[in-house]
Design a protein around this ligand. Sequence first.
Ligand code: GLN
Length: 261
Amino acid sequence: MASIQNYLNSGVIDIAPLLSLVLTKSHAALITDCDYQLNNEEKTQLNQLIKQRQSGTPFAYLSGTKGFYHLDFKLAPSVLIPRPETELLIDIALDLFDKNKTCEVLDLGTGSGIIAVTISDKNPNWRLTATDFSIDALKVAQQNAKTNINFRLGNWFEATPNQTFDLIIANPPYIKQGDPHLNDLNFEPQSALVSGKDGLDDIRTIIDNAAQYLNKKGYLLLEHGFDQQQEIIQLLNNDFFNIQKFKDYNQQNRAVLAQIK
Ligand code: GLN
């Protein structure tokens, strides 16, 4: 006896979305078809997924997709799972320039491509470049692209020599080495999460080098940790003005926008 209802009653973590995944049924269809008996193949597949989920694999890696802004993104273990907080960067970026203007936008460390792909899909006139130092991540981002995005392999600005931009965006790694929060993030690429003792190593590299890659009055937009905003503003003060601070949906300090002097 293994009906949908039996499984739904089992209390197993994420059982409804796992059933949806194996049976390709919506949540509503699981309820209406709750007497359906799973066949052996479906049971085997479901039990494997249950085991993986119970041993900590995030659901997004099992389904291989995650929604972000208005799109669904393919995922692989080589890329970070998109976080809802990062949607803030999209809102800020879309407000910066006229939709019909051709402007040059750079997404540094694109991962699954969420920032570049979302912005380019919303504003197809903007020209997007997206970089990552991981070839595996770039392959995922390329699969997610719906428009013509200039993908470049390389570490931060090493990927874009001799190019300049009106807007540079990054959601870089910003967690401190040894931060207990990392214990819950074992399945995600650590190189996309951790950045030195204070979590600011990569943000420092980006801020220190951004000037030579920005057009006149160009902007830098960074996501950061909830307790890093003051320090980042100090770092920006040398080369930037018009520094604006942003909070995420949870009222945590989460992003800064600054214009090159
Ligand atoms: N916001 C993510 C987290 O705390 C970290 C993402 C990042 O380092 N860019 O899980």
